[in-house]
Design a protein around this ligand. Sequence first.
Ligand SMILES: Nc1nc2c(ncn2[C@@H]2O[C@H](COP(=O)(O)OP(=O)(O)OP(=O)(O)O)[C@@H](O)[C@H]2O)c(=O)[nH]1
Length: 365
Amino acid sequence: MTSSDPQAQVQELRRQLQSLLEAAKANERKLDRFDALERRLVAVGSMEELVNLLLVDCRADFNLDAAELWLLDPDEELRRALPALPMVKAPQLLDNHAPLKALFGAARTTRLVGAADAPLLAQAFGEGSPVRSAALLPLIRQGLLIGSLHFGSRDPERYDAESGTKFLDRLSAIAAIAIESMLNRERLRRAGMTDGLTGVHNRRYFDHRSLIEFSQAVRHRYPLACLFLDIDHFKAINDRHGHPAGDEVLRQVGGLIQRSLRTGDLAARYGGEEFVVLLPRTDLAGACEVAERIRLMVQEAPFVTPEGGTLSATLSVGLAMLPAQATSFAELLGAADRALYDAKRGGRNRTVADEAAGDAAAASP
Ligand SMILES: Nc1nc2c(ncn2[C@@H]2O[C@H](COP(=O)(O)OP(=O)(O)OP(=O)(O)O)[C@@H](O)[C@H]2O)c(=O)[nH]1
């Protein structure tokens, strides 16, 4: 204070007090916003809700121009799960640590980045992004960097290296916990509906989903194809090459079937060496094509045994169609099972359509 006028000194003190009060109020509002966000983070019920909260709601609540979430996904677990989830903006999935290392180096602490570090901003938000300053938050669980959260602003002053990072550090710690627990929940959910050996859906999930698929097909009057697939002479494979080799054949057949299908199709392990596939909105010709594609892929595959040898295998397919064969899902499955029996009796390594299946082609819209 330079003025010797007491009146002016009082005014100056008032002004300083006022600005301190405003700063305190702004801090309190910020704290309230962070507090509300933290509460929502710990209460989220699904992966899509969590991602939407971090990328969409945060952006609006904190008046940001960009928000990005990077998640490490070396086993492609998220890559398989996320496309099915309704998200406004998806996280970026990383198959290795390199991009995270490039952002955080060895320090792995929150980084405030100014306009001077344009290459780092481009890395974090993509080339051509309007972001001129940013907070890059490392997401760490049990000592491991599992991803990062990026908040960006067009305002070059919004995040500068001198600002405190206390709120942001706390937010990143809570976001990391929320993400990890959501991933664990997702893993459990998937484990409950997946066959542990082959990676396709299990019978329990199939029993549930097949009823939904059946009633949808009936209600919306579209064709539904059902394939029953059974590996030929599987007992002999086990007897000749050992149970672990048999397991390996099952695992590889499961993978081949899964890769032959479109999104929306359903494959499951029905029992021992039996698989079942449902193809919604697929007519007889399309279903035969899928069945034959799978059959030929299995016939041509060299199945690698745990000892490193190879063996060959074939499978038989029974096919049934809705409409035509069924007034219930059990009937449709029964028709496919009968067709499979005919395929076995006819010499195996073949696809047989239930004799009524041709009527479905005529009846389908
Ligand atoms: N390795 C392995 N074998 C299994 C598994 N589940 C069932 N099996 C075996 O699969 C064999 C099925 O044999 P069968 O039903 O007689 O039929 P198949 O030998 O395939 O003959 P066809 O179906 O008539 O061609 C049995 O020996 C079961 O023990 C499994 O998870 N792993």
